[in-house]
Structures are given as C-alpha cells and as structure tokens.
Design a binder for this molecule. Structure first.
Ligand SMILES: Cc1ncc(COP(=O)(O)O)c(C=O)c1O
Length: 377
C-alpha cells in the first residue's frame, strides 16, 4: 500500500501500524491465555474505549456510548429501538445512503407512518424550509447524515438540530462519513442519537463502530443477551432487567481486539487534534476540487467549498469514464466508484461516480500527482 496513492478513506482508511499492533497483540494474548481470560485481563483498556468516544463526540457521559460493529448496525438498532409512540412521521433526504433509506422505509411501512424524503440537487442542497414544514406537521423523527457518501456534501446538521428542538422532534444523525474527518459535537447538533463506524475516516478496523444515545432519549433495544440484560426467577416467574445505559444495545460477544484497535485509532486522532486533521483534509480536497472544476470533461458531485474530504465526480461520457479508470490504475491511484446502489434516490441507474477521499497523511506530492492525472483526463 505504501507504494500506492490511496484515496479510498471514505470506503476504509488505512490503519496505523500501532493500531494493527494493538489488534494483533490482543489476538496473541487470546492465543496465550484464552479468549475469556484475555477479556478479563483487558477490562481497563476496554473501559477506556468508552471514554475516548465520549471525548471524540463531546457526549455528556460514558453511559451514552455503545460499541457496535458498523454504521448500518447502529442506524438499524436505533430506529428499530425508537419508541414509536413518540413519532408519527419520518423525515430524511434524498441524498441518503442506502441503509438509511431502507431502514426508514421498512419502519414507515411497518407502522403505517409517512416517510417524507426532501429532494436534494446534485450539489446536495435542499430546501430547509420544506424540511421544517414537514417537521412542524406532527411528532416527527428526523434521521439524516452529516456528510454523505457520494461527494462533497455536508448537511446543515446544526440548523436541522434547531428545527428538531423547536418542534420536539426526535433527531438521529449518521456520522459515518464525518467522524474522523470533521470534528464532532453532539451537543451542538442537539441530536438524540448519533452513529458512526470505525473503518472510515477514524482509521479503525473493519467491523467496528459506536453509537451515542442521549441520556433519557426514547430508544430501547429490541435484541437482548446476558450482558445487555439480566434474567432471573421470582417465585417461578421470569423477570428481565435491561441495562439502563446505551450499552443495552451491545452484545456480549465481539472481537475485543478490534474494539481495542478502534480505541487506539481514536486515541491517535484525538492526539493529532480533530481540527488539525480536518484542516489538512479540506486543504487537499479543495486542491482536488479546484482541479476537477478546471476540467470540462468531468463535473463535481457536491459543492466546491465543501468542508468534506469526500469528492465525487462524473465523466461527461462513457469513453471518458473508461479512460479515467485506465489513467488511475496506470498511476497506482486507489479510488472507488459510487452509484445508485449506495444512493438509490440520488442517482439514476446509469450514473457512475468516481470517489476520491484523501486522508490528512497522504503526502502533498501524491496529491499533486493526482491533480496532474485529473487535469489530463
Ligand atoms: C453515509 C453512510 N452511512 C452509513 C454507512 C454504513 O456504514 P457501514 O458500512 O459501517 O454499515 C455508510 C457506508 O458507506 C455511509 O457512507
């Protein structure tokens, strides 16, 4: 990988050597003393994970944090755990990721409640007044992403939080594509719940993530095990006490090595400083966006002045699309493609978007080389 220009941090970023070491060291410990014994021996390190996430997103308390195995898991758990008496409609955006749309659609159908999808333009913009109108209409659940998967789109998460608060709406934010690149503050968002995964901008391992549930917010897990609840018998009758923190959403079984790996990745990110990391990511992204906008053979998905490091662009025709693929592969540049599969309400079946996502530690030389390749398209 060290020889390639890696621009797929919006898919899965490259883990640091130390993060990989933390994971493999833990697996070796399991091999040496046993899986349960290693779990007991690492109890303190596991507890630190929750503190780090709390700091990362500015939660009030560690009890508001739960470990998950990915962004979609968190999103599904939250929405399926939402007290349906508190909502009579759902509001989201047409720029949303497939999981987010699907979960909302299934839930809306199941409970026979309207799902309002606010239409977005190709630059991600939408009429916030239209969104506000739908929210005002009743007991609403607003569920949207901060940064989207397909391009330079960052939603006005704090302004929507104001609308939610004013109207007593439940507000869920997907931070899968923002966490690790854009500094996160769940207090400023005024959200009731927040989800993220570990493998993207945070540079954690695959199969990891977390969620935040504000203390007192109306979410209850629908799936229990012996760590998220305690079952006991009273005069022959079964009683079940559910853990009264966000951790009721966790399962006892997990790859603890991966959880510790994500914890290490978060530590590194916090040590570097979220603002410093974000500034570098945006600097690179602006350089790349400027190059794209200077080439009439391709056009940008999103906004030129975006604060997201994700860049989507579309070729003017099929021949150019194929040429871009060849050019990137010849120059050892790793990129990804996004299409209707990931964003079903945003793209038509034909559209193929190249996605670039440079992390802060890509060298300036590599970004220059990338821009040169883009300008040759
Ligand atoms: C905006 C957004 N939300 C949610 C997800 C789902 O995350 P995961 O793949 O960890 O389930 C993705 C994945 O690409 C995403 O881009």
């Amino acid at each position: 990988m060290k020889n390639r220009n890696y621009l797929n941090s919006a898919g899965a970023a490259i883990m640091s050597d130390r993060t990989v070491e933390v994971i493999t060291d833990y697996l070796k410990l399991e091999q040496q003393i046993g899986g349960y014994e290693a779990m007991f021996a690492s109890a303190e390190e596991q507890a630190i994970f929750y503190t780090r996430v709390q700091v990362l997103i500015n939660a009030n308390d560690v009890t508001e944090i739960a470990y998950t195995d990915g962004g979609s898991r968190g999103w599904n758990s939250l929405l399926n755990g939402l007290d349906q008496n508190t909502v009579d409609s759902f509001v989201t955006l047409s720029s949303e990721y497939v999981t987010n749309i699907t979960t909302l659609k299934i839930l809306a159908d199941k409970y026979n409640k309207p799902l309002h999808i606010i239409p977005c333009k190709i630059d991600g913009s939408f009429e916030i007044d239209l969104l506000a109108e739908k929210v005002v209409m009743g007991k609403c659940c607003i569920a949207i992403s901060e940064a989207t998967a397909q391009g330079s789109i960052v939603n006005p998460i704090e302004a929507i939080g104001e609308i939610a608060q004013k109207n007593n709406a439940i507000y869920i934010v997907d931070g899968t594509q923002s966490t690790g690149q854009i500094p996160i503050d769940v207090q400023a968002m005024k959200c009731h719940a927040f989800t993220a995964n570990g493998r993207k901008w945070l540079r954690g391992p695959r199969g990891t993530g977390f969620m935040f549930i504000k203390s007192g917010a109306p979410f209850t897990t629908q799936i229990l095990d012996g760590s998220s609840s305690r079952a006991y018998s009273v005069n022959g009758e079964i009683k079940v006490d559910v853990v009264d923190t966000a951790r009721q959403f966790e399962m006892w079984e997990r790859c603890i090595g991966n959880m510790l790996g994500l914890s290490q990745a978060i530590k590194e990110y916090l040590d570097l400083g979220p603002t410093t990391v974000h500034e570098q990511i945006v600097k690179y992204a602006n350089q790349i966006r400027k190059t794209i906008c200077g080439n009439e053979n391709i056009f940008l998905v999103g906004k030129v002045g975006s604060k997201s490091g994700i860049i989507g662009f579309i070729a003017k025709d099929e021949e150019t699309h194929i040429r871009i693929s060849d050019l990137f592969s010849k120059n050892d540049i790793t990129i990804s493609v996004v299409n209707e599969w990931a964003c079903p309400l945003f793209f038509d079946k034909k559209t193929q978007v190249y996605r670039l996502a440079a992390h802060h530690d890509v060298s300036p030389k590599r970004i220059e080389k990338l821009c040169k390749v883009i300008s040759e398209v």
